[in-house]
Design a binder for this molecule. Sequence first.
Ligand code: ADP
Length: 272
Amino acid sequence: MRPIIEMDHVTFGYGTTSVLQDVSLHLHFGQFAALVGPSGAGKTTFLKMVTGLLTPTHGTVAINGHKFGDPLPPRIGYVPQIETVDWNFPVTAGQVVLMGVTNTSGLFPWVSRADRQRADELLDQLGIGGLANRHIRDLSGGQQQRVFLARALISNPDLLVLDEPTAGVDMRTAESVLHTLAHLNQDGLSILMTTHDLNAAAAHIPWVICLNRRVIAQGTPEDVYTEDILNETYQGDFMVIHQNDMLFVQQRPHHHTLRDILPNPTPGETVP
Ligand code: ADP
C-alpha cells in the first residue's frame, strides 16, 4: 500500500527535555487516524514533525514520499486548534479560506478568480456557504472550525492534519465535525488528528495511535482500547465497556477517604 506518512526512528526534545523517543509510524493513503495520549505526551510535537514545523533531532519524516526540504515539498493541509487563533485579526471567513492558497508566487502573486470560486465551493460543501463575508470572530466555534478546514483544503493537500478539532465546541458540533471528516476521508483524503475524546474517536475514527513519548500501540479502536494499553498510555486506571456493538472507555475515579482530604489531625483527634 502507498504510504502517506513515513516516520522512522524520530527523536526530538526541546533543549535537554526529551519529548519523542525513537518514534516510528507508517500510515497509508486513505487512512483516517486519531492520535491520542495524555497532556504532555508529545501529540502537538508529533504533529509539528509531520507538518515540518519542527525538524527531528534524529530520524526521518516523509509525506507521500516527499521530505521537507525536497524541491517538491509535501502538500499538507493543517487545521490549528481554534482556541489558539487570534480573533482580533480583522478578516472575513472568505479571506481566511483564501489564505490557504499556495500558488500565489511567480507570475501571478494574487488570488485568481478560480481560487475565489474554489473557496466559495468549499464553504458551500462544508455547509457554511452564506458566511463568506462575515467576520471570522462573529461565527460559532463549529463554523470557525469549518472555515479553517476550508482553508486547509483549498490547496488540495495529500494529507489533512488537525490539532484537536473537537476541543472547545459542544458535543453536537464535535459530532458534525467528525462526520464531515469521515466524508472527506471517504472521498479519498488521508487524515491525522489529535483528540482527547476517546469515545468519539471509537465511534468515528477507524485507526487509533496511542502516544506517550513513544508509540505505545496502534490499530482499530477494538484493538487498542484495552485496559492494559490505555493504562500504559495514560498512566491511569481504565474500564473498557462493550455494549450493543459500541465501545466505551472510562477512567475509574479515585476514591478518596476522609483521611486524604482532611488536614493532618491534631494529636488526640480521631479521623474516620
Ligand atoms: P501534548 O500535545 O500531548 O499535550 P506537547 O507536544 O504539547 O504535548 O508537549 C510535550 C512536552 O513538551 C510537554 O512536557 C511540554 O511541556 C513540552 N513542550 C512543548 N512545547 C515546548 C516548547 N516550545 N518549549 C519547551 N518545552 C515544550
